[in-house]
Ligand binder design. Structure first.
Ligand code: ATP
Ligand code: MG
Length: 302
Protein backbone atom coordinates (compact mmCIF):
# COMPACT_ATOMS: atom_id res chain seq x y z
CA UNK A 1 0.00 0.00 0.00
CA UNK A 2 1.30 3.45 -0.78
CA UNK A 3 -0.06 6.77 0.30
CA UNK A 4 -1.00 9.41 -2.33
CA UNK A 5 -2.08 13.04 -2.67
CA UNK A 6 -5.74 12.52 -3.65
CA UNK A 7 -6.29 10.78 -0.30
CA UNK A 8 -5.36 13.94 1.61
CA UNK A 9 -7.58 16.72 2.80
CA UNK A 10 -5.38 19.74 3.45
CA UNK A 11 -6.25 21.51 6.71
CA UNK A 12 -3.71 24.16 7.71
CA UNK A 13 -0.12 25.30 7.39
CA UNK A 14 1.95 24.18 10.39
CA UNK A 15 5.10 26.01 9.42
CA UNK A 16 7.63 26.53 6.73
CA UNK A 17 11.37 26.17 6.43
CA UNK A 18 14.13 26.77 3.91
CA UNK A 19 12.99 24.02 1.58
CA UNK A 20 9.24 24.02 1.75
CA UNK A 21 6.03 23.96 3.72
CA UNK A 22 4.61 21.59 6.33
CA UNK A 23 0.81 21.23 6.41
CA UNK A 24 -1.61 19.37 8.61
CA UNK A 25 -3.67 16.99 6.51
CA UNK A 26 -6.45 14.48 7.12
CA UNK A 27 -5.73 11.14 5.48
CA UNK A 28 -9.21 9.94 4.51
CA UNK A 29 -8.60 6.16 4.15
CA UNK A 30 -7.07 5.81 7.63
CA UNK A 31 -8.83 8.84 9.21
CA UNK A 32 -5.48 9.92 10.66
CA UNK A 33 -4.25 13.51 10.98
CA UNK A 34 -0.77 13.71 9.52
CA UNK A 35 1.91 16.31 8.87
CA UNK A 36 2.70 16.54 5.17
CA UNK A 37 6.05 18.09 4.30
CA UNK A 38 6.53 19.46 0.81
CA UNK A 39 10.11 19.73 -0.41
CA UNK A 40 10.60 21.49 -3.73
CA UNK A 41 13.60 20.09 -5.62
CA UNK A 42 14.93 20.80 -9.08
CA UNK A 43 15.53 17.15 -9.92
CA UNK A 44 14.51 14.76 -12.67
CA UNK A 45 11.93 12.05 -11.97
CA UNK A 46 14.63 9.36 -11.74
CA UNK A 47 16.34 11.21 -8.89
CA UNK A 48 12.97 11.89 -7.23
CA UNK A 49 12.10 8.18 -7.48
CA UNK A 50 15.47 7.37 -5.92
CA UNK A 51 14.64 9.63 -2.93
CA UNK A 52 11.24 7.97 -2.44
CA UNK A 53 12.94 4.57 -2.51
CA UNK A 54 15.61 5.62 0.01
CA UNK A 55 12.98 7.10 2.34
CA UNK A 56 11.36 3.67 2.49
CA UNK A 57 13.85 2.61 5.19
CA UNK A 58 11.87 4.87 7.50
CA UNK A 59 9.08 2.32 7.72
CA UNK A 60 11.49 0.50 10.03
CA UNK A 61 12.16 3.60 12.13
CA UNK A 62 9.73 2.82 14.92
CA UNK A 63 10.75 4.31 18.22
CA UNK A 64 8.96 6.39 20.87
CA UNK A 65 11.64 9.06 20.30
CA UNK A 66 11.26 9.32 16.52
CA UNK A 67 8.32 10.86 14.64
CA UNK A 68 6.46 8.07 12.80
CA UNK A 69 6.80 7.91 9.04
CA UNK A 70 3.71 7.07 6.96
CA UNK A 71 5.06 7.21 3.43
CA UNK A 72 6.39 9.49 0.70
CA UNK A 73 5.56 10.24 -2.92
CA UNK A 74 6.34 12.90 -5.50
CA UNK A 75 4.19 15.12 -7.65
CA UNK A 76 5.89 17.18 -10.38
CA UNK A 77 9.12 18.48 -8.82
CA UNK A 78 8.06 18.14 -5.17
CA UNK A 79 8.72 15.34 -2.74
CA UNK A 80 5.91 14.84 -0.21
CA UNK A 81 6.75 13.24 3.08
CA UNK A 82 3.99 12.10 5.48
CA UNK A 83 4.74 11.87 9.16
CA UNK A 84 3.10 11.79 12.55
CA UNK A 85 1.38 15.07 13.42
CA UNK A 86 2.80 16.56 16.62
CA UNK A 87 0.14 18.83 18.19
CA UNK A 88 2.44 21.30 19.91
CA UNK A 89 4.90 21.69 17.06
CA UNK A 90 8.60 22.27 17.46
CA UNK A 91 10.61 22.99 20.59
CA UNK A 92 11.64 26.50 19.41
CA UNK A 93 8.07 27.69 20.05
CA UNK A 94 7.99 26.45 23.60
CA UNK A 95 10.76 28.39 25.36
CA UNK A 96 10.46 32.19 25.13
CA UNK A 97 12.40 32.48 28.39
CA UNK A 98 13.93 29.03 28.58
CA UNK A 99 12.73 25.80 30.15
CA UNK A 100 13.28 24.60 33.75
CA UNK A 101 16.13 22.16 34.30
CA UNK A 102 14.00 19.08 35.05
CA UNK A 103 12.07 19.55 31.79
CA UNK A 104 15.29 20.23 29.92
CA UNK A 105 16.69 16.96 31.29
CA UNK A 106 13.72 14.99 29.94
CA UNK A 107 13.89 16.71 26.54
CA UNK A 108 17.60 15.94 26.33
CA UNK A 109 17.07 12.33 27.39
CA UNK A 110 14.46 11.74 24.67
CA UNK A 111 16.64 13.43 22.06
CA UNK A 112 19.72 11.38 22.96
CA UNK A 113 17.65 8.17 22.90
CA UNK A 114 16.25 9.12 19.50
CA UNK A 115 19.70 9.85 18.09
CA UNK A 116 21.06 6.64 19.54
CA UNK A 117 18.20 4.63 18.03
CA UNK A 118 18.85 6.13 14.59
CA UNK A 119 22.56 5.34 14.79
CA UNK A 120 22.32 1.97 16.43
CA UNK A 121 19.30 0.45 14.68
CA UNK A 122 19.41 2.14 11.28
CA UNK A 123 23.01 3.42 10.98
CA UNK A 124 21.62 6.89 10.32
CA UNK A 125 23.36 10.10 11.35
CA UNK A 126 20.81 12.84 11.92
CA UNK A 127 22.77 15.78 10.37
CA UNK A 128 20.24 18.44 11.32
CA UNK A 129 19.81 18.45 15.09
CA UNK A 130 18.21 21.76 16.10
CA UNK A 131 15.17 23.04 18.03
CA UNK A 132 12.84 23.08 14.99
CA UNK A 133 13.52 19.37 14.40
CA UNK A 134 12.53 18.35 17.93
CA UNK A 135 8.74 18.04 18.15
CA UNK A 136 6.37 17.85 21.11
CA UNK A 137 2.83 16.45 21.35
CA UNK A 138 -0.12 16.73 23.75
CA UNK A 139 1.08 13.77 25.78
CA UNK A 140 4.31 15.68 26.46
CA UNK A 141 6.30 13.28 24.31
CA UNK A 142 9.42 14.60 22.61
CA UNK A 143 10.41 13.18 19.21
CA UNK A 144 12.97 13.82 16.50
CA UNK A 145 12.21 14.49 12.85
CA UNK A 146 14.04 15.49 9.65
CA UNK A 147 17.03 13.17 9.82
CA UNK A 148 19.24 12.43 6.85
CA UNK A 149 18.03 9.04 5.63
CA UNK A 150 18.31 9.61 1.92
CA UNK A 151 21.78 10.23 0.45
CA UNK A 152 20.20 11.68 -2.68
CA UNK A 153 18.04 14.06 -0.63
CA UNK A 154 20.95 15.05 1.65
CA UNK A 155 22.98 15.97 -1.43
CA UNK A 156 20.33 18.07 -3.09
CA UNK A 157 19.52 19.91 0.15
CA UNK A 158 23.20 20.54 0.92
CA UNK A 159 23.58 22.27 -2.46
CA UNK A 160 20.92 24.78 -1.51
CA UNK A 161 21.19 27.24 1.29
CA UNK A 162 22.61 27.47 4.81
CA UNK A 163 20.66 29.63 7.24
CA UNK A 164 22.17 32.35 9.42
CA UNK A 165 21.42 30.29 12.50
CA UNK A 166 24.04 27.59 12.21
CA UNK A 167 23.92 24.52 14.44
CA UNK A 168 26.81 23.05 12.50
CA UNK A 169 29.83 21.86 14.47
CA UNK A 170 33.11 23.83 14.06
CA UNK A 171 34.73 20.98 12.10
CA UNK A 172 31.81 20.98 9.65
CA UNK A 173 32.15 24.71 9.09
CA UNK A 174 35.92 24.66 8.67
CA UNK A 175 35.76 21.47 6.60
CA UNK A 176 38.35 19.67 8.74
CA UNK A 177 35.90 17.12 10.10
CA UNK A 178 35.50 15.05 6.96
CA UNK A 179 36.94 11.67 7.70
CA UNK A 180 36.56 8.85 5.21
CA UNK A 181 32.92 8.52 6.23
CA UNK A 182 32.26 12.26 6.08
CA UNK A 183 29.76 13.23 8.72
CA UNK A 184 30.20 11.65 12.16
CA UNK A 185 27.77 11.44 15.06
CA UNK A 186 30.13 13.72 17.03
CA UNK A 187 29.02 16.61 14.84
CA UNK A 188 25.43 15.89 15.85
CA UNK A 189 26.54 15.86 19.51
CA UNK A 190 27.79 19.45 19.12
CA UNK A 191 24.44 20.48 17.60
CA UNK A 192 22.71 18.78 20.53
CA UNK A 193 24.74 20.85 23.02
CA UNK A 194 23.88 24.07 21.20
CA UNK A 195 20.20 23.09 21.10
CA UNK A 196 20.18 22.44 24.87
CA UNK A 197 21.70 25.86 25.59
CA UNK A 198 19.14 27.53 23.33
CA UNK A 199 16.25 25.70 25.02
CA UNK A 200 17.66 26.58 28.46
CA UNK A 201 18.18 30.27 27.84
CA UNK A 202 15.58 30.94 25.15
CA UNK A 203 18.29 32.36 22.88
CA UNK A 204 20.46 31.05 20.07
CA UNK A 205 23.97 31.40 21.58
CA UNK A 206 25.65 32.90 18.49
CA UNK A 207 22.95 35.44 17.78
CA UNK A 208 23.78 37.22 14.50
CA UNK A 209 22.97 40.70 15.88
CA UNK A 210 26.01 40.44 18.18
CA UNK A 211 28.28 40.08 15.15
CA UNK A 212 28.97 42.46 12.27
CA UNK A 213 28.37 39.76 9.67
CA UNK A 214 27.85 36.06 9.12
CA UNK A 215 31.60 35.41 8.57
CA UNK A 216 32.40 36.82 11.97
CA UNK A 217 29.64 34.64 13.41
CA UNK A 218 31.03 31.47 11.81
CA UNK A 219 34.51 32.48 12.96
CA UNK A 220 33.26 32.66 16.52
CA UNK A 221 31.93 29.08 16.22
CA UNK A 222 35.18 27.78 14.73
CA UNK A 223 37.74 29.76 16.78
CA UNK A 224 35.97 31.03 19.90
CA UNK A 225 35.33 29.33 23.22
CA UNK A 226 32.16 27.24 23.07
CA UNK A 227 29.04 28.61 24.79
CA UNK A 228 28.05 27.16 28.17
CA UNK A 229 24.91 26.73 30.26
CA UNK A 230 24.49 29.56 32.83
CA UNK A 231 26.02 28.12 36.01
CA UNK A 232 23.80 30.30 38.17
CA UNK A 233 20.64 28.59 36.97
CA UNK A 234 21.71 25.03 36.11
CA UNK A 235 23.20 22.23 38.16
CA UNK A 236 26.89 21.29 37.81
CA UNK A 237 25.77 18.00 36.20
CA UNK A 238 23.76 19.79 33.50
CA UNK A 239 26.60 22.26 32.83
CA UNK A 240 29.12 19.42 32.60
CA UNK A 241 26.91 17.46 30.18
CA UNK A 242 26.66 20.43 27.82
CA UNK A 243 30.36 21.27 28.11
CA UNK A 244 31.22 17.71 27.01
CA UNK A 245 28.85 17.89 24.03
CA UNK A 246 30.47 21.16 22.99
CA UNK A 247 34.12 20.13 23.20
CA UNK A 248 35.92 21.85 20.32
CA UNK A 249 38.03 18.73 19.82
CA UNK A 250 35.81 16.26 17.94
CA UNK A 251 37.29 13.13 19.44
CA UNK A 252 36.73 14.42 22.98
CA UNK A 253 32.96 14.52 22.44
CA UNK A 254 31.10 11.56 23.92
CA UNK A 255 29.01 9.11 21.89
CA UNK A 256 25.36 8.39 22.78
CA UNK A 257 25.94 5.35 24.99
CA UNK A 258 28.34 7.48 27.04
CA UNK A 259 25.94 10.41 27.18
CA UNK A 260 23.20 8.13 28.54
CA UNK A 261 25.51 7.09 31.40
CA UNK A 262 26.23 10.73 32.33
CA UNK A 263 24.93 11.65 35.83
CA UNK A 264 22.60 14.31 34.36
CA UNK A 265 20.92 11.66 32.19
CA UNK A 266 20.69 8.96 34.87
CA UNK A 267 19.13 11.59 37.11
CA UNK A 268 16.68 12.65 34.36
CA UNK A 269 15.75 9.01 33.87
CA UNK A 270 14.75 8.72 37.54
CA UNK A 271 13.05 12.10 37.99
CA UNK A 272 9.25 12.32 37.65
CA UNK A 273 8.40 15.36 35.52
CA UNK A 274 4.92 16.29 34.38
CA UNK A 275 5.84 16.88 30.74
CA UNK A 276 2.21 16.95 29.64
CA UNK A 277 1.55 19.89 31.92
CA UNK A 278 4.70 21.78 30.93
CA UNK A 279 3.95 21.26 27.22
CA UNK A 280 0.33 22.43 27.55
CA UNK A 281 1.37 25.61 29.37
CA UNK A 282 4.26 26.38 27.03
CA UNK A 283 2.03 25.85 24.00
CA UNK A 284 -0.75 28.09 25.26
CA UNK A 285 1.82 30.84 25.91
CA UNK A 286 3.05 30.37 22.34
CA UNK A 287 -0.50 30.74 20.99
CA UNK A 288 -1.01 33.89 23.05
CA UNK A 289 2.23 35.42 21.69
CA UNK A 290 1.26 34.44 18.17
CA UNK A 291 -2.19 36.01 18.47
CA UNK A 292 -0.74 39.19 19.98
CA UNK A 293 1.83 39.54 17.22
CA UNK A 294 -0.74 38.95 14.49
CA UNK A 295 -2.94 41.63 16.08
CA UNK A 296 -0.05 44.07 15.90
CA UNK A 297 0.56 42.78 12.37
CA UNK A 298 4.15 42.21 13.37
CA UNK A 299 6.18 39.41 11.81
CA UNK A 300 5.76 36.15 13.71
CA UNK A 301 8.24 35.93 16.59
CA UNK A 302 9.98 32.59 16.40
P1 ATP B 1 14.78 24.35 8.22
O1 ATP B 1 14.13 24.51 6.92
O2 ATP B 1 15.87 25.34 8.47
O3 ATP B 1 15.22 22.94 8.51
P2 ATP B 1 12.45 23.94 9.89
O4 ATP B 1 12.90 22.66 10.53
O5 ATP B 1 11.67 24.89 10.77
O6 ATP B 1 13.70 24.74 9.35
P3 ATP B 1 10.62 22.47 8.26
O7 ATP B 1 11.25 21.17 8.58
O8 ATP B 1 10.15 22.70 6.87
O9 ATP B 1 11.60 23.66 8.58
O10 ATP B 1 9.40 22.65 9.27
C1 ATP B 1 8.67 23.85 9.36
C2 ATP B 1 7.91 23.89 10.69
O11 ATP B 1 6.80 22.99 10.65
C3 ATP B 1 8.72 23.44 11.88
O12 ATP B 1 9.44 24.53 12.42
C4 ATP B 1 7.67 22.89 12.84
O13 ATP B 1 7.24 23.92 13.71
C5 ATP B 1 6.53 22.45 11.92
N1 ATP B 1 6.48 20.98 11.82
C6 ATP B 1 7.33 20.20 11.11
N2 ATP B 1 7.01 18.89 11.19
C7 ATP B 1 5.91 18.82 11.99
C8 ATP B 1 5.09 17.74 12.50
N3 ATP B 1 5.35 16.47 12.19
N4 ATP B 1 4.05 18.06 13.31
C9 ATP B 1 3.81 19.35 13.63
N5 ATP B 1 4.53 20.40 13.22
C10 ATP B 1 5.57 20.17 12.41
MG1 MG C 1 12.54 20.65 10.13
Amino acid sequence: YSISMPEMQVLEVLGSGQYGIVRRVFHRPTRVHMALKEIRLELNSRALQQIIMELDVLHKARSPYIVDFYGAFFVESCVYYCMEFMDYGSLDRLYPAGVPEAVLGKITLSTVKGLWFLKDELSIIHRDVKPTNILVNKKGEVKLCDFGVSGELNQSLAKTHVGCQSYMAPERISGTGDGPVGYTIQSDVWSLGLTIIEAATGRYPYEISTFTNVFEQLNAIVLGDPPTLPESRYSPAACDFVARCMAKNVSARPVYSELLLHPWMTEAEQTEVNMEDWAARAYSLYLARRDASSRDSMPLAR
